[in-house]
Write a protein that binds this ligand. Structure first.
Ligand SMILES: [Mg+2]
Ligand SMILES: [Zn+2]
Length: 189
């Protein structure tokens, strides 16, 4: 029997790197200074770390899949230099305003849809009930809740605005200033 591992699912823009709207030029990519340490601490504590990101700019014709994948390779290399290993990168290329054939919504993967998390769970052997989702949008939190994970909203990126526009009845385990503060909550639980 396969032993399932806990994971921490991280949103990308506004959580690991600065939110810049649609990231279409790698020259403006800025990984937050605390991200490397935060991810390394999660790994050391035994969590698989998986990125799950909506990249609707692909459907909108603003960027290509190749660009997104090259950006992830570059981010992975930067993080790995600091000992922070991301186990897998998942992105949703779809968008409601798609101009590209086959990339319109609805899809199963665009957060708050759960497709990326459930695909990762089956591919990597992850226990979603012992996992966490950390992101700067309520849709990140909602995806986590839909798969039975625990959730943290961070105030970086759009998080501070999101905090002030909380949907009625919306629950969340914690709201933290940034990814490092969120990781402390995960590690103390
Ligand atoms: Mg985000
Ligand atoms: Zn999708």
């Amino acid at each position: 029997m396969r032993v399932l591992r806990p994971a921490v699912f991280l949103d990308r823009d506004g959580t690991i790197n600065e939110e810049v709207g649609y990231l279409t030029d790698v020259a403006v990519l800025r990984i937050y200074p605390f991200a490397t340490d935060a991810i390394r601490l999660l790994r050391r504590a035994g969590f698989a770390v998986v990125v799950v990101t909506n990249q609707g700019g692909i459907a909108r014709g603003l960027m290509t899949r190749e660009f997104v994948e090259a950006t992830h390779a570059r981010m992975a290399a930067t993080l790995a230099r600091g000992g922070a290993h991301i186990e897998a990168w998942y992105y949703c290329p779809h968008h409601p305003a798609s101009v590209i054939e086959g990339l319109s919504t609805p899809c199963v993967c665009r957060k708050p849809g759960t497709g990326m998390a459930t695909d990762a769970a089956s591919a990597l052997g992850l226990d979603l009930s012992r996992s966490w989702v950390i992101g700067d949008h309520w849709r990140d939190v909602q995806m986590g809740q839909a798969v039975g994970a625990r959730t943290i909203l961070v105030r970086t990126g759009h998080g501070r605005d999101q905090e002030g526009a909380r949907p009625d009845g919306q629950q969340v385990e914690a709201i933290c200033d940034n990814l490092m503060a969120a990781v402390r909550v995960v590690l103390q639980s």
